[in-house]
Design a protein around this ligand. Structure first.
Ligand SMILES: NC(=O)c1ccc[n+]([C@@H]2O[C@H](COP(=O)([O-])OP(=O)(O)OC[C@H]3O[C@@H](n4cnc5c(N)ncnc54)[C@H](OP(=O)(O)O)[C@@H]3O)[C@@H](O)[C@H]2O)c1
Length: 264
């Protein structure tokens, strides 16, 4: 079995690559930084007896997306599992405080790349009647009401898309698992320029915990995985609360990520 992981050099994607290698999957790693991809592949090959291709690509650029689509439609050494993980947040200021291009770039990776790579991967998977999709969404997709509404909206899209695929693919031999983590210690917030210093430790998950929950959920055919008991409880409670409380409660929490405004 072979898995293609986008955003595989850091955070959740790196942990997912490690976890899948532990389960014996050969890997194709996608990210922009070619040197870091090569180092990551070396480390994985040294630790596990799996093959590890690298595919440097910018998923916000047409040629990058086309290169990954081409790999997904290649019949030789086919891809059994597509992990749509790469994603970005908005800089402080959120939707209104940044040029609209920031939200358009975010949509390009958080939405368009997921849409296109999945469409490229699925015909081969369904023809072979095996494999599937892991989509890394976010708990933010259930919680509008932050200044970064385009991030929340992109993850609401990803969750609906991934769960919808689970339904659509019933009986096909192909499964879809969507993962919606809360805060995860990675490079995500630093890349967006957001301080998270005011958030309490207990809110945070680690990439290996998220990756383990995601892969276990995928192996069981679970449509939606919320990693960590605290976030699972918060999600369950939020479904019983009035929508207005969910909007304002999450906005309050997120406003603690930055004096200039929340951005996840
Ligand atoms: N961290 C959190 O609190 C959190 C919570 C919930 C959900 N998530 C979601 O989890 C996913 C992974 O985030 P993370 O926290 O692991 O982030 P991260 O540590 O910043 O890792 C991002 C990865 O994506 C790659 N990447 C970024 N822009 C790219 C582009 N334009 N084209 C191709 N690859 C690109 C990066 O490598 P290069 O820079 O070399 O391209 C890196 O490998 C995202 O979808 C995010 O929305 C994160």
């Amino acid at each position: 079995m072979r898995a293609l992981v986008t955003g595989a050099t850091s955070g959740i994607g790196r942990a997912l690559a490690d976890r899948l290698a532990t389960r014996g999957y050969d890997l194709i790693l996608v990210a922009r930084d070619a040197d870091r991809l090569a180092t990551t592949a070396e480390e994985i090959r040294a630790a596990r007896r799996v093959t590890c291709e690298v595919l440097p690509a910018d998923l916000t650029a047409e040629d990058g997306l086309a290169a990954v689509e081409a790999r997904l439609t290649t019949e030789r050494d086919p891809v059994d599992v597509l992990v749509n993980n790469a994603g970005i947040g908005l800089p402080p200021g959120g939707y209104l405080g940044n040029p609209v291009q920031a939200s358009m770039t975010l949509n390009r990776i958080n939405v368009d790349s997921v849409l296109r790579l999945t469409h490229a991967a699925l015909p081969g998977m369904t023809a072979r009647r095996r494999g599937g999709l892991i989509t890394v969404s976010s708990i933010a997709g259930f919680a509008p009401g932050t200044p970064a509404i385009t991030y929340s909206a992109s993850k609401a899209w990803a969750t609906t898309f991934g769960e919808g695929l689970h339904h659509l693919l019933r009986g096909s031999g192909v499964t879809s698992t969507t993962v919606a983590p809360g805060f995860v210690r990675s490079e995500f917030h630093q890349r967006s320029g957001v301080s998270t210093a005011h958030l309490p430790d207990w809110l945070w998950l680690t990439p290996p915990v998220v990756a383990e929950a995601a892969v276990r959920g995928f192996e069981r055919g679970t449509p939606l995985v919320i990693p960590g008991p605290a976030w699972r409880t918060a999600y369950a409670i939020s479904r019983l609360l009035p929508r207005r409380w969910v909007r304002t409660g999450f906005a309050r929490l997120m406003s603690r990520t930055s004096r200039k405004g929340a951005n996840r």
